[in-house]
Ligand binder design. Sequence first.
Ligand SMILES: Nc1ncnc2c1ncn2[C@@H]1O[C@H](COP(=O)(O)OP(=O)(O)OP(=O)(O)O)[C@@H](O)[C@H]1O
Ligand SMILES: [Mg+2]
Length: 467
Amino acid sequence: MIALSLAEVAAAVDGRLVAADPAATVTGPVEFDSRKVGPGSLFVAFPGEKVDGHDYASAAMSAGAVAVLGTREVPGVPMVLVTDALTAMGRLARAVVDRLPGLTVIGLTGSSGKTTTKDLIGQLTARLGPTVAPPGSFNNELGHPHTALRAGPDTRYLVLEKGSRGVGHVRYLCEIVPPRISVVLNVGTSHIGEFGSQETIAVAKGELVEALPPDGLAVLNADDPRVDAMASRTRARVVRYGEAPDADVRAEDVTLDDRGRGSYTLVTPEGSAPVRLGLTGRHQVSNTLAAAAVARELGMPLAELATALGELGLVSTRRMDVFDRPDGVTVIDDSYNANPASMSAALKALASLGQGRRTVAVLGYMAELGPFERDGHAEVGQLAAELGVDRLLVVGEPAASIHEGATAVGNWGGESVLLTDQAAAVEVLRGELRPGDVVLVKGSRYRTWEVADALRADATSGNGATA
Ligand SMILES: Nc1ncnc2c1ncn2[C@@H]1O[C@H](COP(=O)(O)OP(=O)(O)OP(=O)(O)O)[C@@H](O)[C@H]1O
Ligand SMILES: [Mg+2]
């Protein structure tokens, strides 16, 4: 971050200094985990239900913190006292980005692929200048300011994922860090239980382009009608990307290789160039086009852009992470999270990788689908069967509708089983996997991580497949 005196910090967050030297300087980072605090840090103490950050105030000071931002005094500790630490962190982030005129803020939202595409954009902008786009999914009212506070005087590009679970959330995140470029990827059904309908999700995601200034840029997915329609909700210029023939930045002649990696002709107003991706999944065509539209806006020449797209790699874990085990089994670890759209994307990737090989899908529960829960799961099972997945392991009773959806497909030649938990899935896999198999592991977070981890560990522990 940039250096701020405690007096400036207090002014930015509307706080009161207690036992603190107003001239003492915070140089960052701003941390809410005392173990991450170092010299120059500001420690933010949150009054948690189980753990109260104020109890760690002294430890943070010993680790080098300049002061503690919190909601109650801690004897002997220099404090910036506020009424709400989360709001204060947001205001501090705003104060920092406001003091960085050379910074371009790129915000992105969508139902699926935010972290993936944030990582893609970050890799492209890093070729153009110092970039802050840390791995992971820091997309809420805590992670967002925490990430923004990493920007310093040298930072040229700040790439921020903006998550939302309701109307007004993205708008709030944009008040903390106003974007100059806003990218909207898609409007799916994740968190639809909280939103109520896809129309409401579109309203909520569109807040990202409403927040743009007139000289900003909205990068919109022309292939998603709900996203395309957001053009009318912004004062900024609009660039449309996708495979639609009239998209400004588009992919033509898309093909996939036997690893599910896309190749296409990138067509832009400046001309066209061949692109060959190293990333697995048809959906990466769309994500890379979004990233290309941003890099093009920031001045990356077409030839360099085409090369750079081909060199993009994975940054955050458990997203379309394809690896080959020494025993000849290929694993697609996509276990970070799941919703119907990302399940569909992942199953299609499995199908394209699995041509001529036996395919196994280990699928877990998709959280937060509300009233769409039953149908959402059943449709995923149906798709798995229609794509011809050979073996389906459905993990956990809450995901049972996946099993039902698959077995309801009359002419499916594969086989599905509903298992009680992850350990049971690992056991079945250890018994059944043979060299050459391709396994997809996917579900909502911790519910399937263990399976992916076990498959990874088995590769080196002698538990691998035998012919
Ligand atoms: N454009 C896309 N369309 C559909 N599915 C996608 C797309 N991009 C990525 N995915 C799938 O979504 C999964 C989650 O990706 P990612 O973590 O990037 O999404 P996210 O939007 O950041 O999710 P979260 O809301 O949990 O932060 C990936 O593992 C992949 O299967
Ligand atoms: Mg994310």
